[in-house]
Design a protein around this ligand. Sequence first.
Ligand SMILES: Nc1ncnc2c1ncn2[C@@H]1O[C@H](COP(=O)(O)OS(=O)(=O)O)[C@@H](OP(=O)(O)O)[C@H]1O
Ligand SMILES: [Mg+2]
Ligand SMILES: [Mg+2]
Ligand SMILES: [Mg+2]
Length: 354
Amino acid sequence: MSEAPDVAGNPYAAELAAAKKAVALAARLCQRVQRSMLQSDIQSKADRTPVTVADYGSQVLVSLVLKKELPSYSFSIVAEEDSKDLRKDGAQEILEHITTLVNETIVNDGSYNMSLSKEDVLATIDGGKSDGGPSGRHWILDPIDGTKGFIRGDQYAVALGLLDEGKVVLGVLGCPNLPLKSTNKQNDVSSGDQLGSLFFATIGCGAKVEALEGSEPQKISVCSISNPVDASFFESFEAAHSKRDLTSSIAEKLGVQAPPVRMDSQAKYGSLARGDGAIFVRIPNKDYIETVWDHAAGSIVVTEAGGMVKDASGNDLDFSKGRYLNRDRGIIATNKYLMPLVLKALQEAIKEEH
Ligand SMILES: Nc1ncnc2c1ncn2[C@@H]1O[C@H](COP(=O)(O)OS(=O)(=O)O)[C@@H](OP(=O)(O)O)[C@H]1O
Ligand SMILES: [Mg+2]
Ligand SMILES: [Mg+2]
Ligand SMILES: [Mg+2]
């Protein structure tokens, strides 16, 4: 726990302010890259998933801002990217590009008087190698969640969480392409068509959203639908990330009428937290192991908005086991009324799979 709670009683107020600043700055770099993406900005990682100059640049900026804003902190960050591919022959140009992007974003923002060398960039990326775990504090970062969506020009998120003694206590989700306007009137904070939502939550203090560019924060809550017939589903945009035959079998068992809303990244958790949809189900292939950065920030935004996030056995997600998420197959996020029904349907669907 922090030593000095702020006046409003949020023991993580300083960490939240730093995390919001870090995510907003990283999102600015991502927006700039997405507007002018070239094929040469994209690499393929050893696991054949893509990574772009913006994934690396975002990871550098988030780490830098957290260190600058919280100097007395012993710093540990579990982050998705590493510098291995950037140290290979032929990666000089891409590294140069990342370094320029990071330095230009810092200059344009004006908060910090600093300039990074290519070596600084590599070292800062590698700072993300922490293993996290059950003791102490660890930031958890997905510098771009939904890289495929980012490349397509669709949804993506900069997702930052804080683990304290094995528990996620804070989450910030920057979603540059998600409208601020909610489709749920109760949580509607915008009258216009402003793009860019920043969701944030700290444990025990609720979840809020504001414009990515800054606006008055607004408390959000999950929808209160209790009859699944009125519910709508979120699922991954990428068909390979979640078994659609199982999701549609669950929807059928529940009597869900609406077609699934397919969206990339943890923007799904943000949308669900403000009631844009009622249920998010993710059932990857059996051999896929989830990583903590794909769910840490999103899950606390949903639980602090009054929702629940469980694995296929109905257990809470355990973020304390290192870089991988210890969970039974499948993740469900929904409200407290629908959770028992969705869990039952999911367990039946998995049983009938073969
Ligand atoms: N095969 C497979 N199965 C399940 N999940 C996978 C798989 N491959 C990748 N990933 C991870 O999915 C992250 C993107 O999250 P989503 O699946 O929710 O979004 S998407 O709609 O599919 O883009 C994505 O996150 P990013 O790598 O940060 O984009 C991956 O960590
Ligand atoms: Mg990735
Ligand atoms: Mg991800
Ligand atoms: Mg990522």
